[in-house]
Ligand binder design. Structure first.
Ligand SMILES: C[S@@+](CC[C@H](N)C(=O)[O-])C[C@H]1O[C@@H](n2cnc3c(N)ncnc32)[C@H](O)[C@@H]1O
Length: 370
């Protein structure tokens, strides 16, 4: 613990402060407002954020991304959280946060790190992740959200500036030609003359922000509060398998060959039986654009593609994440003798082969035609 004098000199040395934190002994980190925020920022936001979190965080780990001087990380620790890690892209904030935790005698880890550097391998995973006042500072908001998803075990709380519906930013519209909703998302043009330490890049409408969070894989994406031009959104991620630490794709499948010939005669009919598991986050549709089928590509021994879509079979019914099906697929063997490579993959009709959407190549099978 620090003395009152050490607290006072530390506060002066490390200013200016964005967070007002009471360090005890009558020392506050901030005694003059910074920018447009109220002097006691972020106390009023915390009143809303605090209601979205369990009153007792006993044993739960908490990650505060864009933690600034650590106001929220401190609150999480005071609610009994286990491991608390705050990260911020700016060194000055990490210095401030470490100082405030020391002054309060709280055990909190702080690292200078960008949201883009988060990964389960580097930081581990967290039961609760906070991304408060962060996303509009991100030049790559979708990447940032994917990174947040990757390290969140259960709950993500997002607080952000949002577009207030107005004539210049109308609310979500149905785009007739696309057949789907268009959500407003504003790009902010920055002027270097602003000389700000952190620019704003995109200001989303509430619907865009919620859609982006859902697309990253979060479920139960709920708008908790929408005070003027700000929004607080609470999301959960689906339960993880104990061993699935990497980011699952929306479209991903695990394929295994149950039965399939390794050799045949030219033009013979080849019958394959393939076990398929939906390891992604999407529900596989059984009809219309996007319906999912098993497909196969034909390549020669050297890997040169001969027939891009050599055959396929529809899954035939909807398959949710984790669901499994057994599929029979028949194709006619090539007329010329040789060794051929068959690459099996799932296809979202008129949309993509799963591998092209980022999934790993599903199943390769070789056949000798002689
Ligand atoms: C508006 S402040 C919000 C601080 C705090 N979370 C709050 O709500 O009061 C934004 C914070 O995000 C940090 N930040 C900006 N870009 C970041 C990035 N790419 N990764 C991590 N932190 C970032 C800034 O340094 C700053 O501390």
């Amino acid at each position: 613990m620090l003395t009152a004098e050490e607290k006072r000199t530390g506060v002066q040395r490390l200013g200016p402060w964005f967070h007002q934190i009471d360090l005890g002994d009558g020392v506050l980190t901030k005694s003059r407002p910074a920018g447009t925020e109220p002097l006691d920022h972020p106390r009023s936001t915390w009143e809303l954020v605090g209601r979205c979190l369990p009153a007792d965080l006993e044993g739960r780990s908490v990650l505060d991304v864009g933690c600034n001087a650590g106001f929220y990380a401190i609150q999480a620790r005071r609610r009994n959280a286990g491991r608390v890690l705050g990260i911020d892209a700016r060194r000055q904030h990490v210095r401030q946060a470490r100082f405030a935790a020391r002054a309060l005698g709280l055990q909190i880890e702080y690292e200078r790190m960008s949201v883009y550097d988060l990964s389960p391998q580097v930081t581990g995973m967290f039961d609760v992740t906070l991304a408060l006042g962060l996303l509009y500072h991100c030049r790559h908001p979708l990447l940032a959200i994917e990174k947040l998803f990757g390290v969140t075990r259960d709950l993500l709380v997002v607080e952000s500036e949002v577009l207030f519906p107005s004539p210049s930013f109308p609310p979500t519209e149905q785009a007739a030609n696309l057949g789907r909703p268009l959500h407003p998302l504003a790009y902010v043009e920055n002027h270097t003359a602003l000389n700000e330490p952190a620019y704003n890049w995109f200001v989303p409408g509430v619907d865009s922000l919620m859609a982006m969070l859902r697309d990253a894989g979060f479920v139960e994406v709920k708008l908790a509060y929408e005070p003027a031009a700000r929004a607080l959104i609470v999301c959960r991620r689906p339960l993880l398998q104990a061993d699935s630490l990497s980011m699952p794709h929306m479209l991903a499948a695990q394929l295994s060959m149950v039965e399939g010939p390794a050799a045949c005669r030219p033009d013979e009919s080849l019958a394959f039986r393939v076990a398929v598991k939906n390891t992604g986050l999407s529900l596989w549709l059984d009809r219309g654009p996007g319906a999912v089928r098993l497909g196969v590509r034909l390549l020669d021994e050297a890997g040169e593609e001969l027939v891009p879509d050599y055959g396929g079979v529809a899954v035939g019914h909807q398959v949710g994440p984790g669901g499994e099906v057994l599929l029979n697929l028949s194709v006619t063997a090539p007329s010329r003798p040789g060794i051929y490579r068959l690459e099996f993959d799932m296809v979202s009709e008129q949309v993509t082969w799963f591998e092209e959407a980022g999934a790993t190549m599903a199943l390769v099978h070789r056949v000798r035609v002689s």
